[in-house]
Design a protein. Structure first.
Length: 255
């Protein structure tokens, strides 16, 4: 994945460099964990070109997803130490969600709020995406991340819908009382974001197993490039002589 600094808003690009009403919800009747050992191996996509192609197939752009992370980080940084301890993460989630949904709405994705879950639904209604916090394993290909906060019935239904797509009738037979609701649920991807003192990591992943309201397994993970919080040092390249006896230094960032 190439340098995306030219694609992000100026307000965000100066600090980073790319190395990238509560309501009671019913308990889900069936968690995907009850599907037993039907879980297939997770597809993990890490190569930049493959990531680009897979995101493109889903109607997503890596530069937009970078903007989401940068907006998240900027909002986190704006939290006051006098605010609740959850303020940075909450503000980051709100800002990142806003950037993603506004941009996707311009590309005919439909913003929907289902039981307080902010979704963007693809124009073909084949899948949806939402932004959420991931744990410290987010964005690391050889580790399995989980969601940082508990997920409710909407995500549980979406996981069931994902499983129905992946496993067909064998899984669908287990869905009785929720069958109609699950059938109408869009196939869902989560954009997991995690922020550390040094970097911003993220991935777009399709959940396949939920245990005690936490996503613990994924059928597909698209790993995004890491965004460093520390600008890389600039070193001058050998000067270019334009024939006037004067050399101009061209700064080059170390990768």
């Amino acid at each position: 994945m190439g340098d995306v600094q030219n694609n992000v808003p100026p307000a965000f690009s100066s600090c980073f460099s790319v190395s990238i009403v509560t309501q009671k919800e019913e308990e889900p009747l069936l968690e995907a964990s009850e599907a037993g050992n039907m879980q297939p191996a997770t597809i993990v996509i890490t190569e930049p070109e493959e990531v680009h192609l897979r995101l493109e197939a889903l109607g997503l752009r890596s530069d937009l997803l970078d903007e989401v992370r940068l907006a998240w980080a900027a909002a986190e940084a704006g939290a006051s130490p006098f605010e609740p301890i959850t303020a940075p993460g909450t503000k980051g989630w709100i800002a990142g969600t806003g950037v993603l949904r506004e941009a996707l709405s311009l590309e005919d994705w439909a913003p929907q709020d289902v039981r307080n879950l902010p979704l963007s639904v693809h124009p073909a209604k084949t899948h949806s995406i939402t932004v959420t916090s991931g744990d410290e394993r987010t964005g690391i290909a050889h580790l399995t991340p989980t969601t940082k906060n508990p997920k409710g019935v909407v995500v549980a239904d979406a996981v069931a819908a994902n499983m129905e797509l992946d496993f067909g009738k064998e899984y669908r037979r287990q869905e009785v009382s929720r069958a109609r609701r699950v059938k109408s649920a869009p196939k869902m991807y989560l954009m997991l974001v995690t922020s550390t003192n040094d970097e911003l990591r993220a991935e777009v992943s399709k959940p396949s197993k939920i245990v005690k309201k936490q996503i613990v397994e994924w059928s597909e993970r698209i790993i995004l490039s890491t965004i460093s919080r520390h600008p890389e040092p600039m070193v001058p390249q050998r000067g270019i002589d334009f024939g006037q006896g004067q050399e101009i230094d061209v700064p080059v960032a170390r990768r």
